[in-house]
Every structure is written in C-alpha cells, then in structure tokens.
Design a protein around this ligand. Structure first.
Ligand SMILES: [Fe+2]
Ligand SMILES: [Fe+2]
Ligand SMILES: [Fe+2]
Length: 427
C-alpha cells in the first residue's frame, strides 16, 4: 500500500485552517467565500465541477497573504494591495498537483470585470471566468458585519454590489447573487456555526489517492507557507522530518511508513502559525501569555490535521511531540502506553534537531553535548530510552542527514521566494 485515500476537501480545509491560525480576525473569511461562491455557482446553474473548483479556491484564496498586515489589507472593500498575495497564493497552490487547477483562479481573484479585455491581453492569459466569481464572493464576505443582525446589513451589501455591476463584477453573477440575497436562509447559513459542516458534507464526496510523491509535495507546500511566517520554523521542521525518517528505519519502518513519518515531521510544528514569530524565535524568558501561546502550538497542529480523514496516524506522530513518557507533557498528558512509537521517535527527533541546529540566538550544540542532554531526558522519563539509544549509535550520521536536509530546505525556500519576487515584479 503506497498511497492514502483522502478527500481532497480535507486537504483544502487543512491548509485553509492552518493559514487561518495566523489571525482570528479573518478566520471565517475563507469558508464564507467558499460558501458564497458555491451558492452563486449553483444559482447560475454552473456544472458541478465548476462549483467544486470555486468552493475549493474560495477556501484557499488568501493563502498567499501570510503576514498579518497583508491579511488585514485584503479585508478593505476596494483594496489596492492585491497583486502580491494573489501571485503568492497561485505559486503556492501550483506546487501541489491536486491544487494546481485552483492556481489561476486564485491568481486573478481580485481581477475587475471591466479590465477583462485590456489589462491581461498583452502579457498573460485572461483570467478564468471563475476568478470573477471568486472576486464577487470575496467582496460580499468583507461587507458582512463582524457582529449584530446580518439581515440589517443586507440592503447595504446588495447596494454596494449592485453599484459595481459591470465594473468590478460580472453582471450575470451580480444578478444571481441578488436573487440569492432575497433568501434569509442564505444569510443565516452563511453566518451560522453549521456552515462548516454544510460545506464539508457537500464537498467530501470527491476523494483522492495521495501517493508518496504527492505526500511529499504537500509537506513542501506546508513548508513554504510556514516559511513565509517563520523561516526558522520551516527549516527546523525539515530537520525534524529527516531525523525522524532516518531513526524510523532503525526500528524497521518500511518505505511507506518512513515517508509518512517524514510528512508528520514536516507538519509537526504547523500549529506555530498561531504564534507570533518573535515569540517562536525568542531564546528564553517568555512571559506567561507568550508561554501559553507556545503551549498551544502542538494542540493547533492536532486540530489542523484532524480535518484530514486518512491522516489519523500522521496526526498522532506529528502532534504528540511534546508529550512525555511520564505524562507530564502537553497538551493531552498521555503516558508511554498511549504514545505510539512514531510519536516517541518524533519527540526525540524534535529535541535532537532543536539542540543540534543553529538557532537565531546560538550555535548548535556538539553531538556529545546533545547526547548527554538526551540521556538525561531519557532517565527522567521525558523521552523514550530505546529511541535515544538507537539514535546514539548513529549520532554522527544522523547529524549529517539532519544538516543536509536543512541546507537543502534552505535552498528550496530561497528559490521559492526568488520565484515569487520575480513573479510579483513581472505581474
Ligand atoms: Fe479574501
Ligand atoms: Fe513543537
Ligand atoms: Fe519542533
């Protein structure tokens, strides 16, 4: 068995939820845009395929807006700060083959209908029609009130959208939206807690065979996303992934399980997207609120991965890396009995990488010193002794593997950023 069966929507949700960790202010925005685009597509009688595509693109359209200020910028109705995050989003999605078809929609999700002939003709292909639908859904979403009765706002929203018919938006789409807007149920669904479930019920039917190559592509995509926010975390995760993979072979993991633990390593700190990078990179002396934010990261990892059916084991391996054998870890306080071998390997790989890698505030420790730290942690029932002993016997090799993986990751991320800068400059 060299592949996992995964609903493609679950991977969309996983990435969408992960990027939403960056700021709660926009946390419903992705799903609302997905829902609005899906409903307008249905009202227009567009084919099911198109409807699926705009829903997925809606849930991911701001994936490229990873700095907080960029995300908040996208929430103004007539924002001009559009190119960079659209280009970044398209490049990100294009790097994972199942999301490739969404890239051009996201690339043009701020394209104005009135510019359809002039702006793009000379340099690049015209935006796909679905982009205009995404644009409309996006702007409806930013007009929704933060709180209070949504119906009170509806006339205002409809007026703003109608005013832009034929200018910002395609008139047929505006018409379909205005019809839809007459239904109270549309607005109540859109602003209710159940909207998530509604979307998932609709979208989970299409699933995907995720082979090992795609698993790795997905890991890399997440790496790119994390790298925008905290290059240090992205690099660290590459080291943990390579170390965990190498250690798992010492315990007889076959290629399939080894690559999965590699993916778990790439994902283990994805929850750090919820923590400000200044806090992630702070050497010591975290105050209480910073400490509790940090303590939340592995729980967030767990929540983000929980969205993916088929990732149950990967989630356990990834999210339990701060649990300790004696039950004093976090967030679940599991003990050795409840911690699968893959999670115990991950915990050791995490500490090993953290100690050997160069940190923003200090050089890496020598393998000797790292070994003595690991032994102490094994004696204190923090880490698994068998895993520590296995690592011990190959410490120099493992350190090379870890270092090589991090050097390669640094290059990969650097190239991606260069491609992005170039794409932004030429767009
Ligand atoms: Fe948006
Ligand atoms: Fe962690
Ligand atoms: Fe970590």
């Amino acid at each position: 068995m060299n592949s996992i069966h995964v609903p493609i929507w679950d991977l969309v949700l996983c990435l969408s939820n992960a990027t939403d960790l960056v700021t709660h202010q926009v946390s419903d925005h992705h799903k609302r845009v997905a829902y609005i685009a899906s409903e307008i597509a249905a009202a227009m009688g567009l084919p099911q395929d198109t409807r699926n595509r705009v829903t997925m693109a809606g849930a991911l359209h701001d994936v490229g807006a990873l700095s907080l200020s960029q995300r908040l910028d996208t929430l103004h109705f007539e924002t001009k700060q559009t190119t960079e995050h659209s280009v970044a989003g398209a490049l990100l999605l294009g790097s994972f083959s199942p999301f490739e078809e969404l890239a051009s929609l996201v690339r043009h999700h701020h394209a104005q209908w009135i510019d359809r002939d002039s702006r793009f003709r000379s340099r690049e292909a015209s935006p796909p029609t679905e982009s205009y639908l995404l644009h409309l859904a996006d702007r409806i979403s930013v007009l929704l009130p933060d709180q209070g009765q949504v119906l009170v706002q509806v006339p205002h929203i409809c007026r703003k959208i109608r005013e832009q018919s034929g200018h910002m938006f395609e008139p047929g789409m505006v018409q379909a939206f205005l019809e839809l807007a007459r239904r109270e149920s549309f607005w109540f669904d859109l602003t209710s807690r159940g909207m998530d479930i509604l979307l998932s019920d609709r979208m989970r039917r299409r699933s995907l065979r995720l082979d090992l190559r795609m698993l790795e592509q997905f890991g890399r995509l997440v790496g790119y996303v994390v790298d925008f926010r905290s290059p240090f975390t992205a690099m660290h995760s590459s080291g943990v992934a390579a170390t965990a993979e190498a250690v798992s072979t010492l315990f007889g993991f076959d290629e399939d399980r080894r690559r999965r633990i590699g993916l778990a390593g790439s994902l283990h700190d994805i929850g750090k997207l919820a923590v400000a990078s200044e806090v992630v990179e702070k050497p010591a002396g975290l105050n209480r609120s910073e400490q509790s934010a940090m303590r939340g990261h592995s729980f967030h990892t767990h929540q983000v991965l929980e969205a993916v059916r088929g990732f149950e084991e990967i989630n356990q391996w990834a999210a339990l890396h701060h649990e300790r054998l004696d039950g004093s870890g976090y967030p679940f306080h599991f003990t050795k009995r409840e911690l699968p071998l893959g999670s115990r390997i991950m915990a050791v790989a995490d500490v090993f990488t953290a100690l050997t890698e160069k940190r923003p505030y200090r050089e890496g420790l020598t393998p000797d010193r790292v070994q003595s730290h690991l032994h102490k942690m094994a004696r204190n029932a923090v880490l698994d002794e068998d895993v520590v002993l296995a690592l011990d016997r190959h410490v120099d090799d493992l350190n090379h593997i870890r270092e090589a993986a991090q050097t390669e990751a640094a290059l990969t991320y650097k190239n991606f950023r260069a491609r992005l800068n170039e794409a932004v400059a030429t767009s």
